[in-house]
Design a binder for this molecule. Structure first.
Ligand SMILES: *Cc1c(COP(=O)(O)O)cnc(C)c1O
Length: 377
């Protein structure tokens, strides 16, 4: 059988992406920047409801520039969700600042509000908070915004995995000071590689645009008074992004179909639970994740599906458990470690047929049956 992936690039059946890419070729806008980049930024900011947007080479670059725009400097403390992908945290170290990891809570899987407040008390000089909306699940964002206002710290939202989700009708990434998104190949829409930075402070976005474009001063003679980066998105890739934006709603619909399919067909199994979707929010269901609390372990599910060339994976391994970050503080009780130990990400590829979903469910049901009869012997 052809391999089934967790999530892989899904270009539109209509060929929207190629139309924009062909325009770029026809007009020789192969160089970085150009009309597709401007169009992509404009269409994106209108979609999420932000006053401005900056298209970048990756989501990681967007986090890096958000930290710089938040004035994070050497030895400053940044409070960051532990349950996430390493790209959320690495840019803190690019600036030689100090991450402090915050636990998750059970009802959102994202940053615990209680632990965040404890951390804000322990580190009164913290410069910024990075909350993540993992797997398309919205964090307790209103409470986190209130805490950041109360303690006067900048809030950065890592919405890399949650484009297309909403909370009270508003898009993740637009609640705090900065929001970042990713168009890496596994995300809900992709430019093969790319990212976006949004902010409610247009001046900060202009500064980030300057840094991302090699910090070129306004002069003919290549003058620089700050360190710059080559972080802008290419005009060809932005064309793919413009085409993908047109099918975002369709992808969200299919991802939700996949989530509901698994939930309907597997919830009856003993010890299985699905990722929680916060009240008043809609999830893009980027990946459907489930918790295995019974005798069947996540690794059993992963191995069983692997036998059929189907990809499943554990949840992100928390950052405070990573060898590279082991010397940094962690505030919490270990909820995220529990989620990591019991969680599985199921194949959530939007190109998957209902037949494939049916097969995956039947394999998991079979696994639970085998386990039950083994225990009865
Ligand atoms: C993918 C991802 C990123 C990084 O985005 P890139 O575009 O791959 O650099 C950051 N944070 C999270 C949570 C992600 O899943």
């Amino acid at each position: 059988m052809k391999r089934v992936y967790l999530a892989s690039p899904h270009m539109s059946e209509e060929g929207y992406e190629m139309e924009y890419v062909e325009q770029a070729f026809d007009t020789n806008w192969i160089a970085p920047l150009g009309p597709n980049v401007d169009g992509f930024e404009k269409e994106f900011q209108d979609l999420v409801g932000s006053p401005c947007a900056l298209a970048l080479a990756s989501g990681t670059a967007a986090i890096h520039l958000a930290l710089k725009a938040s004035n994070v400097k050497k030895d400053d403390v940044v409070l960051v969700q532990s349950l996430t992908f390493a790209a959320t945290v690495n840019p803190i170290l690019y600036e030689h600042a100090t991450p402090v990891f915050i636990d998750s809570d059970k009802d959102t899987w994202n940053m615990s509000v209680i632990d965040l407040e404890e951390a804000l008390k322990k580190y009164p000089n913290a410069k910024a908070v990075i909350v993540v909306h993992l797997y398309g699940l919205i964090a307790h964002i209103n409470e986190i915004v209130n805490l950041c206002t109360k303690y006067n710290v900048t809030l950065i939202e890592d919405a890399a995995e949650s484009l297309g989700s909403t909370h009270e009708g508003k898009h993740p990434g637009t609640f705090g000071d900065f929001g970042i998104y990713s168009f890496n190949g596994n995300k809900i829409i992709t430019t093969s590689g790319g990212g976006m930075l949004v902010s409610k402070h247009p001046k900060k976005i202009e500064k980030a645009r300057f840094w991302a474009t090699q910090s070129r001063d306004q002069a003919r003679h290549y003058q620089h008074s700050e360190i710059g980066y080559n972080y802008r998105l290419s005009n060809v890739l932005a064309g793919i992004g413009r085409g993908q934006l047109k099918v975002l709603n369709k992808r969200v619909e299919k991802k939700n179909f996949i989530y509901n399919y698994y939930k309907t067909n597997l919830s009856g199994l003993k010890g299985i639970d699905f990722m929680p979707i916060l009240e008043n929010s809609k999830s893009n269901c980027w990946l459907t994740c489930m918790i295995c609390e019974g005798n069947v372990k996540p690794i059993d599910v992963i191995m069983k599906l692997e036998e059929h060339n189907i990809e499943a994976r554990p949840l992100w391994k928390p950052m405070h458990l990573q060898p590279v970050f082991k010397n940094y503080d962690f505030i919490g009780t270990g909820i995220c470690e529990g989620l990591y130990n019991q969680g599985v990400c199921l194949p959530s590829d939007t190109k998957m047929s209902e037949e494939t979903l049916k097969l995956i469910c039947s394999l998991i049901v079979e696994l639970y049956k085998e386990n039950r009869s083994a225990n009865n012997e």
